[in-house]
Ligand binder design. Sequence first.
Ligand code: PLP
Length: 446
Amino acid sequence: MNARNDLPDLSQLWMPFTANRAFKARPRMLASASGMHYTATDGTRILDGTSGLWCVNAGHCRPGITEAIARQAAELDYAPGFQLGHPDAFRAAGSIAALMPDGLDRIFFTNSGSESVDTALKIALAYHRARGEGQRTRLIGRERGYHGAGFGGISVGGIVANRRAFSGALLPAVDHLPHTHLPQANAFSRGQPAHGAHLADELERLVALHDPSTIAAVIVEPLAGSTGVLVPPVGYLERLREITRRHGILLIFDEVITAFGRLGAATASGALGVTPDLITLAKGISNGVVPAGAVAVRREVHDAIVEGAGDGIEFFHGYTYSGHPLASAAILATLEIYRRDALFDRARGLAQLFEDAAHSLRDAPHVVDVRNFGLVAGVELAPREGAPGARAAQAFQRCFERGLLVRVTGDVIAIAPPLIVEANQVTWMFDTLRRVLLEIDAAGQA
Ligand SMILES: Cc1ncc(COP(=O)(O)O)c(C=O)c1O
């Protein structure tokens, strides 16, 4: 890495979700990117095994996208989204709606996954209120869920570290389903694990406890990414859908990671055959190039709020940058690349090879589980005694030094490459990880 004196002063920037002191003692700096690769400031090429942060699904610096946003910036840099519009925002909404499951064709723009989650939760509350059921205010999330960093998202989320410091200020009237990680029954499952559909029945218990008339929505990631890749058990999402529908509760799929090809289809909903009432989107929506997010809403939910209101603003919510011209241009260009290059089909076509490569690590040192679906895999390591997360953190560092970017949560290593990945790169990623796992404890625990 660069000599320290080549770098700017690192002290002013308070980095997000980062061990700041450790990073600044040993910085890893990226300088440029193209296709499947980053280049670090010292010139090292790094294969992007995580699509940046699960967002660069079409690969880096695609000219179709970079040129579109340059053109847009020169032509219409900013347009207020309140009481004014610009055509590309409407076009972008149309392009997104065309990829969503039937019926979810009303699109609200945000700038991030966290904002999409807050927006979806607010739409759920507004929907029930508009229909005269304003007492439905309870929200149900799930243990180990990640729904971003806003107060709404951490309240329905179930990642303890993200909640601990703020526990006194979380939203009231929230409950959680149990997570679906059942390693004893499901370790080394390929695709959807066989066991665990019964965990959805816990929703019946919560419904009985709180009474259905108080519950507005259930929010889950159809495949949980950030907590360490938890694939939904066979039948689980179907049961959630059936129970929510029966009790008039909205079902929200947080597809910030899973939409736009990660599971080999436009949405997890499409890949898994279960359609919710709202879908939260971000990340791959704009290939990560411009911050952007959206909520896809079932038309009846939209109509209950918008058609049912009197004159004036129907829904008191939005962001200065909702439908920003640069985001709209990036979304349109990104979705066009996905379509033209058939990248969702490509992901589906590579999924078997990817699965085989991931499960080749079954007998690698420290590996206690491998889980996968589409182009995402989680490789779980046994934790070091007394130091949870340390082994995977070391694997992350070693992979980086060998030119591979992976993502680590606790002792789970996630791999989720851009959908343009080549077969030989898939093999190389998992071979590299195997080599790293072979050497880490042999090399000590530094
Ligand atoms: C499922 C899910 N929801 C929400 C978010 C938050 O997105 P953002 O970081 O863009 O706010 C993430 C981010 O990883 C996510 O994975």
